[in-house]
Design a protein around this ligand. Structure first.
Ligand code: ZN
Ligand code: FE
Length: 256
């Protein structure tokens, strides 16, 4: 199959909604529609008919457009089996290890609890694309609203195993604030320093910093690097278990 064509739609203050278009089957998925109107217009402008909504979790800024888009297009709504009661209009329930065929494109589903208990992610391996919602951000990760540090670390560990070329389509432009924090726990990381400069340049030009790649996150995102000796030493936990280091880094970010 040909790779998905992915279109990024900035909505509200800092949300990203995505259209993923599979030309071979004329299918188009919306990932995490915060709202309907902007998304419907963006699809129409491209001549794409929305056939699917893929939700990563139940928060209003990810499912807010579900019912209106479904009413307008008759699309199929896909969401977490473990959270079906909180996904408006859900038609298809998926979970860890499932594959979902979106037209001729295949998504592999991961359960990634931590930000919410029923958070899932969609990996389109053939398109090198990961839709991870609010689990992994560029240089950050989601807040632990409904999960433990250990759950979130295990969730991020699934992403650490993906190919470095995988593009990380996260749901928020939080990168610049994340960068300000990242340098406080990973001050010796030269690759991070270079990336922070690039992020500042992009934002000064009003451009998105998303998507990044798994390789970039592995090299510079402190939440993906809780097993790094330098970070462990900086937070005073040299030799500790990665879960404890992750918990400390997450706690520091919450207070930052
Ligand atoms: Zn959220
Ligand atoms: Fe969100």
């Amino acid at each position: 199959m040909a790779a998905l064509e992915i279109h990024q739609i900035p909505v509200w203050d800092d949300n990203y909604v995505y259209l993923a278009h599979d030309a071979a089957s004329a299918s188009t998925a919306v990932i995490d529609p915060a709202e309907a109107e902007t998304v419907l217009k963006a699809a129409e402008a491209r001549g794409w008919n929305i056939t699917h909504i893929l939700n990563t979790h139940h928060h209003p800024d990810h499912v807010g457009g579900n019912l209106e888009i479904k009413q307008a297009t008759g699309c199929t709504i896909v969401g977490a089996r473990s959270d079906a009661g909180r996904i408006p209009g859900i038609d298809v329930q998926v979970g860890e290890g499932d594959t979902y065929e979106m037209g001729s494109a295949t998504a592999k589903v991961f359960d990634v609890p931590g930000h919410t208990s029923g958070h899932i992610a969609y990996w389109f391996e053939e398109s090198d694309a990961l839709f991870c919602g609010d689990t992994l951000f560029a240089l950050g990760c989601g807040r632990l609203f409904e999960g433990t540090a250990e759950q979130m670390w295990r969730s991020l560990d699934k992403f650490r195993a993906l190919p470095g070329t995988t593009r990380v389509y996260c749901a928020h432009e939080y990168t610049q604030a994340n960068a300000r924090f990242a340098v406080t726990v990973d001050p010796e990381n030269a690759t991070l320093a270079v990336r922070v400069g690039e992020i500042d340049r992009l934002r000064a030009e009003g451009r998105p910093t998303v998507p990044s790649t798994i390789a970039e996150e592995l090299a510079t995102n402190p939440f993906m690097r809780a097993d790094d000796d330098g970070i462990a030493a900086t937070v005073g936990l040299a030799g500790a278990d990665p879960v404890a280091i992750f918990a400390e880094v997450r706690g520091r970010k919450d207070r930052f």
